[in-house]
Design a protein around this ligand. Structure first.
Ligand SMILES: NC(=O)c1ccc[n+]([C@@H]2O[C@H](COP(=O)([O-])OP(=O)(O)OC[C@H]3O[C@@H](n4cnc5c(N)ncnc54)[C@H](OP(=O)(O)O)[C@@H]3O)[C@@H](O)[C@H]2O)c1
Length: 189
C-alpha cells in the first residue's frame, strides 16, 4: 500500500522531532535545557496559547516511540498524558502506565495493521533510531521538524546517515516568537 493509499484510508503517521540548528536531537549527557525557550526574540513570529496547544494535542490519537525515548520521557516526566502510546522494544519492560503498550516485531505490521485499525492521527515522536527505521520503510506520511535556535556541536543526529534520497513537499512553515521554527513536509509518494 502506498503512503497516498494509506492516507485515503484515513491513517496519517506524523514524525515530530525537535532538532538543533546543526541537526542534533539530544545532547551526549541527555540534558534538555537546550530545548527551553530563550524568551521572546523574534518579533514577527507567532505564539500559541495553552488552550490552542491543548486543542492541538487532543487531536492526536496515538504516540509511537522507541524504548530509549520512552525511558527518558519517564525520567523527565511523562509528557503524553493518557493518550495511547506504543513503545517499540525487543525487551520485556515493566508496565508503567495504563495508556502504554509495548510492541516488538515488524514495523509495517505495527502501522498498517495494528495501528491503522484503531487510530488515524498517529505521532511518531522519536528517537533517532526508530524514526530512521520508519522513514526507510516508507511508514512516515508527514514530517514536522521544529528547529531550535541553538547549535549543539555534538550529540545524537536525527538523520544519522542510513537514509536514501527522497524528496518531501513543504506544506507549512511557522516561525514562533521564541525563535523556534516549525517545518511541515508531506511525502510525495
Ligand atoms: N529532540 C527530540 O525531539 C527528541 C524526541 C525523541 C527522543 N529524543 C531523544 O533521543 C534519544 C533516544 O533516541 P535513540 O535513537 O537513542 O533511541 P529510540 O529510537 O528512542 O529507541 C531505540 C530503541 O527502540 C527499539 N527499537 C527500534 N527499532 C526497533 C525495531 N524495529 N524493533 C524492535 N525494537 C526497536 C529498540 O529497543 P530495545 O533496545 O529496548 O530493544 C532500540 O534500542 C533520547 O535522548 C531522547 O531524549 C529527542
Amino acid at each position: 500500500m502506498s503512503r497516498r493509499e494509506a492516507n485515503t484510508k484515513g491513517r496519517c503517521v506524523t514524525l515530530h522531532m525537535v532538532s538543533s540548528l546543526d541537526g542534533f536531537i539530544a545532547k551526549k549527557d541527555n540534558t534538555v535545557a537546550w530545548l527551553d525557550s530563550p524568551g521572546s526574540v523574534y518579533e514577527a513570529g507567532v505564539s500559541i496559547s495553552e488552550e490552542e496547544a491543548a486543542t492541538f494535542v487532543k487531536a492526536i490519537d496515538c504516540y509511537v516511540l522507541g524504548s530509549r525515548t520512552y525511558e527518558h520521557a519517564l525520567e523527565l516526566g511523562w509528557p503524553y498524558g493518557d493518550t495511547p502510546a506504543v513503545v517499540v522494544t525487543g525487551r520485556k519492560l515493566p508496565p508503567t502506565r495504563k495508556s502504554v503498550e509495548f510492541y516488538s516485531g515488524d514495523l509495517k505490521t505495527l502501522v498498517e495493521v495494528q495501528l491503522a485499525q484503531r487510530y488515524r492521527n498517529i505521532w511518531l515522536v522519536g528517537g533517532a533510531m526508530l524514526s530512521q527505521r520508519f522513514l526507510s520503510l516508507g511508514l512516515v506520511d508527514e514530517i514536522k521538524l521544529t528547529i531550535a535556535p541553538v547549535l549543539l556541536g555534538e550529540g545524537l543526529r536525527l538523520f544519522g546517515g542510513s537514509l536514501t534520497e527522497e524528496r518531501w513537499n513543504l506544506k507549512n512553515v511557522v516561525a514562533y516568537k521564541n525563535g523556534f521554527v516549525e517545518l511541515s513536509y508531506q511525502s510525495w509518494l
